[in-house]
Design a protein around this ligand. Structure first.
Ligand SMILES: Nc1ncnc2c1ncn2[C@@H]1O[C@H](COP(=O)(O)OP(=O)(O)OP(=O)(O)O)[C@@H](O)[C@H]1O
Ligand SMILES: O=P(O)(O)OC[C@H]1O[C@H](OP(=O)(O)OP(=O)(O)O)[C@H](O)[C@@H]1O
Ligand SMILES: O=C(O)c1cccnc1
Length: 468
């Protein structure tokens, strides 16, 4: 059995059966335009961090069908001529997208893909699979970063992740503001600092805790963090860690820290800090772990817990309580005409044609709290309209604006390649521009996304036409 490498068959079968029809009816070379957007903010929060773009583009640039793919697709009854054509399949489309790390909002196109019908359809599943997951995890990470301030956040999640999804979860965690990871593969591949402490098993395997700490410190004096809760944190773990820290000093070495992994982390971290300080070990840091999430981190800091490093696993990489971001990929233009999808639910009617999104910036250089979706070739309007409530509008005249969608792939070639570090810095820059009321956990202020008059008119006219 072979393990996962992403090739053209990393898609849903219906994409290929639709592509086959486009091919056989001679429609595959017409331009199609799809929008990627989501409808609901995760965590009942005020924003989503857009992540995964770099991963998606890297995979897309090399995407091809292998001999085994071709043989398999013929074997399941797809048309031979169509399947043979996939031997030379390469994505040659053009993509406009928000920068990875951008703070984005429901119903606005975050990415616009323009390609031929066939290629645009085939890559849908891959795009959604990568962008939805990484955006969910980057958002979770960003929520933790906004409450952790300048404390260190480390990803400890691989063991609890949804299978190999833990690999991309680590990348997304960095986009959203984490500093480091215990995931060695992700650290290697993405250039992230790899960090780690020790497990209970290491201490349990010794007859006494002090001997375990000593061996660890002797053989790994750099970045040494001792786990202090195996037997009794305050009566055994901390006193033994202090002994080892002092022995390390005698060898001109420095104990980096201790890790608390159970009990009342506020109480224990305060007691620990006091004991370390009384021993003159002011520089020894306190790490905390054990089912942390943004709420627990916030609570601990509200309790003035002197914790320097938070190690977060399950809640970071699995993104509870939301299992997925509901991002979708909808057709906006095909065969030289704008396209629309109607719905009984007004909110679910899609926006036709090629579009741009403009973000409004206020006088202080922060986000004004409004994005307007326009037709791609339109100037920024003076007024934006509520997407579904015809009487609501907002004047945006005179505000500075920035286009959100930029070309990131041109005819199959990546044209913008920021490093993961730059993406993470961009995310923090944009989060800093987002007013605090959109970042609070309870009932955050709603960020407005509106339509230009021209786009609204086009949608409404098409709606009338298809209703007839
Ligand atoms: N002072 C605190 N304020 C808020 N939450 C805390 C505090 N201390 C710990 N927590 C969190 O409360 C939860 C405690 O869970 P639990 O009772 O399973 O841990 P525990 O007492 O350490 O048990 P175990 O020894 O089985 O790990 C964890 O999510 C932990 O991060
Ligand atoms: O609680 P999470 O946020 O998921 O963080 C990761 C957890 O994984 C480890 O525990 P585990 O019991 O797996 O191993 P250990 O014996 O090394 O503590 C670690 O000690 C954390 O408690
Ligand atoms: O290095 C650690 O302390 C660590 C790594 C993974 C999971 N829990 C803890």
């Amino acid at each position: 059995m072979k393990d996962l490498t992403i090739t053209g068959t990393y898609t849903d079968l219906y994409q290929l059966t639709m592509a086959q029809v486009y091919f056989l009816t001679g429609k595959n070379n017409d331009e199609a335009v799809f929008d990627y957007f989501f409808r609901k903010l995760p965590y009942e929060g005020g924003y989503t961090v857009f992540a995964g773009l770099g991963t998606f583009l890297d995979i897309l640039e090399d995407l091809h069908f292998t001999r085994a793919d071709i043989d398999y697709l013929k074997g399941i009854g797809l048309n031979e001529q169509f399947v043979n054509s996939l031997e030379s399949f390469r994505f040659r489309g053009t993509i406009y997208a928000a920068r990875e790390g951008e703070v984005v909002f429901p119903n606005e196109p975050v990415l616009r893909l323009q390609g031929n019908m066939m290629e645009a359809q085939i890559v849908e599943t891959l795009l959604l699979n990568i962008l939805n997951f990484q955006s969910l995890i980057a958002t979770k990470a960003a929520r933790m970063r906004t409450v952790a301030g300048d404390r260190t956040l480390s990803d400890f999640g691989l063991r609890r992740a949804q299978g190999t999804g833990g690999y991309h979860a680590t990348r997304a965690a960095i986009v959203g503001g984490f500093d480091s990871t215990s995931n060695v593969k992700a650290a290697l591949d993405f250039g992230i600092p790899a960090v780690g402490t020790m497990a209970h098993s290491f201490i349990q395997s010794y007859d006494d805790e002090l001997a375990a700490f000593r061996d660890f410190a002797i053989h790994r004096p750099e970045n040494c963090i001792l786990l202090v809760d195996t037997y009794d944190t305050l009566k055994s773990g901390i006193p033994n860690a202090i002994t080892v820290a002092k022995e390390m000093h005698e060898h001109s070495q420095q104990l980096l820290g201790v890790r608390l992994d159970s009990g009342d982390l506020a109480y224990l971290s305060k007691k620990t800090r006091k004991m370390l300080d009384e021993a003159g070990l002011h520089e020894v840091k306190i790490t905390a772990s054990n089912q942390l999430d943004e709420w627990v981190i916030k609570s601990l800091l509200d309790q003035q817990a002197p914790i320097d490093i938070f190690g977060v696993g399950t809640s970071l990489v699995t993104g509870p309580p939301d299992a997925a971001l509901d991002g979708v990929y909808k057709l906006a233009y095909a065969h030289r005409k704008p396209r629309i999808k109607l719905s009984e639910n007004l909110k679910k009617i899609t926006l036709p044609d090629k579009k741009q999104v403009y973000r409004m910036i206020n006088g202080e250089g922060n986000f004004f709290g409004a994005d307007v979706i326009t037709l791609a070739d339109e100037n920024v309007p003076d007024i934006m309209y509520h997407p579904v409530e015809p009487d609501k509008s907002l004047e945006i005249k005179g505000l500075t604006s920035e286009p959100l969608l930029h070309k990131v792939m041109d005819q199959g070639k990546i044209v913008f390649t920021p490093s993961l570090k730059e993406i993470a810095a961009y995310c923090q820059e944009r989060l800093n521009m987002l007013p605090d009321e959109h970042k609070r956990f309870y009932y955050p202020h709603i960020y407005k996304v509106g339509l230009s008059e021209k786009l609204r008119h086009k949608r409404d006219e098409m709606k009338k036409y298809y209703k007839k």
